[in-house]
Write a protein that binds this ligand. Structure first.
Ligand code: ATP
Ligand code: MG
Length: 299
């Protein structure tokens, strides 16, 4: 990627990138923001997105061949913020063998019988792979924090359920991400930041359009009643876990075309930072290739 292109990508994502949690406030990022792009620029945004997706497909091939780095993309959001469709777009050009999407729902009884990070570890991407978490270990400081009865189900001894439990979990997560980073896992975390009004509009669509009815769940409306608690939990989680090595992107999500563009750009930037190349073929391997060619020519 040319330097000017990389700079353009970085300029687009910079306002949404959080690496120093202390300074972060959710209210500083507006869900309706489009970085000055108008809906008239949508076509251009689409072209850019397509370019980014083609580039990612090429890079993924090198990621796989080089077999040194893994990429973990974490997606978190309120319902109807567009996680699913964003994931679909960003992965659309990638060889299916190199990417795995895992959606995390409520934990099973087997999972509840283990430490809380256990079930996430089992789905981490291997070297050469891109792993996408549709919801993630962050649920452990989001939904579980908003609904304390979920914590009660985690079978912790009462002596471990102290007032400091959330601070403890933020620390666990910071350490966990630092551990993964030192093992070659490149982490990027996305919070798709949708407004309460836009969520309502999308729920209404799901109710009114028969082909969208299947997406509607009454529990989504119930969760909406906890809107402010969730926003607060997100802000705290981001403040406590943003870092240079595992940054958060708080992506405006009221306009889907813009959400996709920013997410794709952030993924492009992450992968560009790895400076991937095809493995250099060793001298003995070159001899082996020459011998194979000679043998084929002799047939
Ligand atoms: P969609 O609604 O687009 O299909 P979704 O991610 O909302 O996708 P659902 O099946 O609707 O999927 O919801 C999954 C639910 O599981 C969410 O409410 C989420 O908060 C919950 N969940 C995920 N992880 C945990 C966890 N560790 N503990 C408790 N609940 C969890
Ligand atoms: Mg849902």
């Amino acid at each position: 990627m040319k330097k000017v292109q990389r700079e353009r990508v970085q300029k687009l994502i910079a306002p949404y990138r959080v690496t120093r949690g202390k300074d972060f406030r959710l209210q500083d990022i507006s869900p309706g923001d489009t970085a000055g792009l108008k809906s008239g620029d949508k076509a251009e945004a689409k072209d850019l997105l397509a370019l980014g997706i083609d580039w990612l497909a090429e890079q993924q091939d090198m990621l796989y061949a080089q077999d040194r780095w893994a990429v973990l993309l974490v997606f978190q959001a309120m319902d109807a913020a567009g996680k699913d469709s964003t994931i679909k777009h960003v992965t659309s050009g990638i060889n299916p063998q190199g990417v795995a999407v895992t959606s995390f729902k409520q934990p099973s009884s087997e999972e509840l019988d283990h430490d809380y990070l256990w079930r996430y570890m089992r789905h981490l991407p291997g070297r050469g792979q891109i792993g996408i978490f549709n919801r993630s270990y962050y649920e452990e400081v989001l939904v579980v924090k908003v609904h304390r009865e979920l914590l009660a189900r985690q079978k912790l001894h009462s002596s471990l359920m102290t007032e400091n439990i959330w601070q403890g979990r933020y620390k666990d997560i910071r350490n966990y991400e630092s551990y993964l980073t030192s093992n070659g896992v490149e982490i990027r975390k996305f919070f798709l930041h949708v407004s309460r009004d836009e969520q309502k509009r999308r729920f209404m669509d799901r109710l009114q359009q028969p082909e969208k009815n299947w997406k509607f769940s009454s529990s989504d409306v119930a969760e909406r009643q906890h809107w402010h608690e969730y926003q607060d939990a997100y802000e705290q989680a981001i403040r406590n876990t943003a870092s240079e090595q595992a940054p958060w992107y708080v992506v405006p999500a009221d306009n889907k075309w813009f959400t996709r563009l920013v997410v794709a750009a952030a993924v492009v930037d992450a992968i560009a930072g790895l400076e991937l190349h095809y493995p250099v073929v060793a001298a003995d391997k070159i001899q082996e290739l020459a011998a194979a060619m000679a043998q084929l020519n002799a047939e």
